[in-house]
Design a protein around this ligand. Structure first.
Ligand SMILES: [Fe+2]
Length: 245
């Protein structure tokens, strides 16, 4: 039986820093392959690789992305033929982001309309809302990465309600849900889930120790908290839709 339970099935992870040498994720190919092994063993069968896109910090990492993706694809095809990989980016939003997206200098999720986007932790709600609306105005569908971490949209949840209503996709991190990031964030993540404001739970994996590529723990908690159908929605059905599968 899959780790997610019979009604949850396998998982689709739309937020992963597994590619080696591209950002602050896997440092080398050995770590990248170990991360893939771990993801497979814990029930993930579809992964969208989403290195940070922020030229000010990471430079132009597109070639490194392509090279690491080719190496990971080869390893995956050889060892796990039923695992599928897709490309994307986690875009650190700036004034340049829309131009970069339009010129395809950075990647949407699996080449569709969804864009995984994050902001500086101290950004105001007004700035976040305006940026997300700008993206939508250009035909993109923003997926707000680890939404639980922004104090400005989670203190009362009114702002999160509004973003949800506007059509922003809300992604929570498995690490917050299972309590790896501390009790306050775990409680906040539960609150968001209980209000029905989350669309996706993803790993945001960076390594095999502190930020692993595992969704099985989140599946167990989600199944208890809101039922197996809800767990399936957040870990497989919605992420598959986002990737256009
Ligand atoms: Fe991330």
């Amino acid at each position: 039986m899959m780790p997610g339970g019979k009604n949850v099935g396998s998982f689709t992870d739309i937020h992963s820093h597994m590619l080696s040498g591209v950002d602050d994720g896997a440092h080398d190919d050995n770590e990248m392959f170990l991360m893939l092994d771990m993801a497979y063993k814990t029930g993930t069968r579809r992964i969208c690789l989403t290195p940070h896109f922020n030229p000010e910090i990471w430079g132009d990492n597109n070639q490194k992305f392509e090279d690491a993706f080719a190496r990971l694809s080869e390893y995956t095809a050889k060892n796990y033929p039923d695992m599928s990989l897709y490309t994307g980016n986690e875009i650190c939003y700036s004034q340049s982001s829309i131009g970069q997206l339009n010129r395809r200098e950075c990647k949407t999720l699996n080449g569709g309309k969804h864009v995984l986007v994050d902001f500086h932790p101290g950004e105001s709600y007004c700035a976040i809302r305006s940026a997300l609306l700008d993206l939508m105005g250009y035909g993109y569908i923003p997926v707000l990465a680890h939404a639980e971490r922004y104090e400005c949209i989670t203190s009362t949840l009114d702002e999160l309600h509004e973003l949800n209503w506007l059509g922003v996709v809300i992604q929570l991190s498995a690490s917050s849900l299972i309590g790896r990031r501390g009790e306050p964030l775990r409680k906040k993540t539960f609150k968001i889930l209980k209000k029905g404001l989350a669309d996706v739970v993803a790993s945001d994996a960076h390594n095999i120790t502190t930020r692993p590529p595992c969704l099985d723990g989140a599946a167990k908690i989600l199944s208890k908290l809101c039922g197996e159908n809800c767990a399936a929605l957040l870990l497989r059905i919605n992420p598959d839709k986002i990737l256009g599968l």
